[in-house]
Structure formats: C-alpha cells, structure tokens
Design a protein around this ligand. Structure first.
Ligand code: HEM
Ligand SMILES: *[C@@H]1O[C@H](CO)[C@@H](O)[C@H](O)[C@H]1NC(C)=O
Length: 317
C-alpha cells in the first residue's frame, strides 16, 4: 500500500510539474525535408539549398568551386564604404548580393575576375529556391568551409533584402596594396586589423588562377584542401622560388616551387601592426579556427541590419 501511494503521489507530482504553465515548454520545431527540423519554418528552405549546392556545385568537396564561393563572400561583403557615404556618394550595402544582381557592372571590376562561374551557379540556386542573393553568397561561403578538413562552423543569418544598386568599384583590396591601404579599407568597412588577419585563414584553402594565368591552381600553402594553419606558417618562411616563369604584380617569391605567395599576405605577416597576431595564429590552430568563424560571421553582416535577420545557423553542416 505504501508503494502505490508513493506511485500515485509521484504521478500527481510529475503531472503537476509538466502542466505548470511557468515550466518552459519544449519549443515547437518546424519539420523540413528529409526528416530534418529547424527552429523556424523559414530556415527549412536552406536545407534544400544545401543539398543542391553540395551535390551540384561543390560536389561535397573543398575544391575550386568551394574556394571561389568563400572568396566571393568576402568580395560582396567588403564592398561597403561609410567613407564614400560621408562624401555624399553611394557606398554600397555590403553583403547584399549586388555582385550577382548587378553582374554586368560588378564583374567588370578586375578584382572579381575568375568568379564568373560561382556567381552564375549561386544566382541559379537563389532564383530556384527564392532566396536572396545576399543570403546565398554568405550561406555558400559558410558551407564551403565545412567541406574542408578542420573547417569551423560559421553562423548563418538569413533575410538580407535585395540589393538596390551596384557597389562602387575599387573597394576590394588588391594583392599589390600596401598595408596602410589595406587596413584603412577594411577599417572603413568595420573590420579591425586583427579581424583581417583572422579572415586570411581563408587563404589556407586557396589558390590563384588570375595573377599568373599560365599556372592556374597554384596554392597559397601546401595543403589547400585542409583548413589548417600551415598557411600562416609558410608565409613567415623566406621566399626563394617563383612558381611561374616570372613574378607578376601582387606576387612575391614563395618558399616552395609549387606555392604562390601574394605580396599582401607577405606584407601583412611582417608589418608591425599585424605581425604579432599573424604569428599567434601560426602557432595556434584552434585559435585560428575560432577567430576565423567569429570574423566571418561579422563579415557576413557588413552593411546589413542584423535586427531583421533570423538565425538559420543550424542548417550549416
Ligand atoms: C587583403 C585582403 C585580401 C587580398 C588582397 C586577397 C587577394 C586574393 C587574390 C589575389 C587571390 C587570387 C585570385 C586568383 O588569382 O585567382 C585570392 C584568392 C582567394 N581569396 Fe583572397 N584576398 C584577401 C582577403 C581574403 C578574404 C578576407 C577571404 C575570405 C574570407 C579571401 C578568400 C580567398 C579565397 C578562398 C581564395 C582562393 C580562390 C580560389 O582558390 O579559386 N581572401 N585572394
Ligand atoms: C600606400 O599606398 C598609397 C596608395 O597607393 C600611397 O598613397 C601611400 O603613400 C602608400 N603608403 C606607404 C606607407 O607606402
């Protein structure tokens, strides 16, 4: 008898606790395709974009299309200049997808050479699924990193409105810019010198095809499919080799015959303003990964009103 009284009591207790309105209820999750769920139904579409992007653009790999998608996420976002706005000119809206919407204008900027294929592929996906160009660029950038071994997860916010105007030319840093120019440019867009160094972890999964067109796919480090800190270490080594037949504008000698070194990376690794942070990332891969993820999430919101966006980070693999 004692036992059953206890049972009834605990049953009553459990029922009361579970029914108490102040007890936090389990949030209702939306059901998406293939049995997946999301905190909000508005995020479901991104699972479908993810499947298509991975199968038909990236081939689930950390190779050229993934690298281009990552590079594109920078070029779209960095095209934002409060300095120009203060001069009464249009300064761009940052990560707004203007490079897709105003393809004919922005793809004439030499800085965007080589990105035609990925821009076209992302435009098709965005149109097919009815998502914005600004969103697809930052989404594809975040997904691309997950295809690389050790690539960290980057937060993804959805809901960027359509671009209204082409971004002004000249806002994307060039490999022949000096450090003062590069820091001023990214500072104008809201990034600190340390954040620029953090973002350059992207060059650990990067290669060139435009600066020296005779040697496409020459990587910036020896392991361009792995998101590791070899890149930061290798840029610190003495330059000895020219991978092509001559050095080109924006190129300096690299430590290995089959490696390409950008003058910008070389200069940032040695400038008094950025050297210590560069060295600290070269020594600490976990720091490099976490700082990259944080800086990327910030970059993805440049020029955007985060208050109107919603968090769909759970869709990033
Ligand atoms: C000072 C800033 C930067 C400069 C001057 C710079 C310059 C360059 C140049 C010249 C290339 C080679 C393009 C080619 O010849 O195909 C390149 C490739 C690349 N960049 Fe940057 N970059 C900078 C920052 C960034 C940032 C912040 C990101 C991403 C967050 C990024 C991602 C990439 C990627 C992934 C590639 C490889 C593309 C491929 O392999 O096809 N870069 N960058
Ligand atoms: C950096 O480049 C800018 C633009 O070309 C130039 O005006 C400036 O003098 C250069 N600064 C240094 C320190 O070389």
């Amino acid at each position: 008898m004692k036992f059953s009284t206890l049972s009834i009591l605990s049953l009553v207790y459990a029922t009361t606790v579970l029914a108490t309105p102040s007890f936090p209820s389990f949030p209702q999750r939306a059901t998406c395709s293939n049995g997946r769920t999301a905190s909000s139904a508005t995020c479901c579409v991104w699972y479908n974009v993810l499947d298509d992007l991975q199968a038909n653009v990236f081939d689930h790999r950390c190779e050229e299309d993934a690298h281009d998608a990552l590079r594109l996420s920078f070029h779209d976002a960095i095209s934002y200049s409060p300095n120009l706005q203060r001069q009464g000119k249009f300064g761009g809206n940052g990560a707004d997808g203007s490079v897709i919407k105003f393809f004919d204008i922005e793809m004439q900027d030499p800085a965007n050479e080589g990105l035609e294929t990925i821009v076209t592929a992302e435009k098709e996906l965005a149109d097919k699924y009815g998502v914005s160009y600004g969103d697809i660029i930052q989404f594809a950038g975040a997904v691309s990193v997950r295809n690389c071994l050790f690539g960290p997860r980057i937060a993804f916010m959805a809901g960027r409105p359509a671009a209204t105007q082409a971004a002004p030319p000249g806002l994307i840093p060039a490999p022949f810019d000096n450090v003062t120019t590069m820091l001023a440019r990214v500072g104008d867009a809201g990034l600190t010198p340390e954040e620029l160094i953090d973002l350059l972890a992207s060059h650990s999964v990067a290669s060139q095809k435009i600066i020296d067109e005779t040697i496409p796919h020459t990587p910036f480090d020896l392991t361009p499919e792995i998101f590791d800190n070899n890149f930061y270490r290798e840029v610190l080594l003495t330059g000895l080799f020219t991978p092509g037949s001559t050095l080109h504008t924006g190129e300096v000698k690299s430590p290995f015959p089959n490696e390409f070194r950008l003058q910008s990376d070389f200069a940032l690794a040695r400038d008094v303003r950025t050297k210590s942070h560069w060295v600290s990332l070269s020594l600490n891969q976990l720091l490099m990964q976490s700082r990259f993820a944080t800086a990327m999430a910030k970059m993805a919101l440049i020029g955007q009103n985060s208050g109107i966006l919603h968090d769909c980070s759970e869709v990033i693999p």
